[in-house]
Write a protein that binds this ligand. Structure first.
Ligand code: FES
Length: 167
């Protein structure tokens, strides 16, 4: 398991540039957070603290925005973020076996990121699409009626796409 920290100087400098653009009036507050999210795949605590210190925006306000909008994540994510529904309707249809399959396949538990940053896993209580369960979400794509075999296939396609993209 990789614990995400902001120790990569290159990435931190990218964050500084984004913050400077906000201070210069070239970005809105949401725009700054979106760019940070895109750079790191989540909003690291270190960067959120730096934003608060350098802009004077209260940290509580920043976290209020980060938790209000679905597009932001406060947890580290891999290039491919996999969400598996563990709500009652999906569990009845076999989502626990799918989650186990994903844990074994990727070697991480929900809330963790693979060492190569390729995958992260999250267990979600309900996507509101219970009739099509079990539901698996990869990035913005919803997969319904997922089986363990289909989950393996989905992960395999994502690995192949990463390989083809040289990642
Ligand atoms: S319980 Fe899985 S989508 Fe609702």
């Amino acid at each position: 398991m990789a614990v995400a920290t902001v120790t990569d100087l290159g990435k931190y400098e990218a964050a500084r540039l984004i913050i400077d653009q906000y201070i210069a009036g070239e970005k809105t507050l949401i725009g700054m957070l979106l760019d940070i999210q895109e750079e790191f795949n989540f909003l690291p605590q270190t960067v959120m603290t730096a934003i608060a210190e350098e802009t004077g925006i209260p940290l509580a306000h920043l976290y209020g925005l980060a938790t209000f909008y679905d597009g932001f994540s406060l947890n580290a994510q891999g290039r491919n973020h996999i969400k598996c529904c563990t709500g009652t309707a999906c569990v009845v249809r076999g989502s626990r076996a799918i989650l186990t399959e994903l844990i074994l396949d990727m070697g991480i538990n929900p809330g963790e990121v693979t060492d190569d940053d390729a995958f992260s896993l999250e267990a979600v209580h309900c996507f509101g699409a219970c009739a099509h369960g079990p539901i698996l979400v990869t990035g913005e794509e919803y997969h319904g009626y997922v089986t363990s075999a289909k989950a393996r296939e989905i992960i395999g396609k994502l690995r192949k796409a990463d390989e083809e993209a040289g990642k």
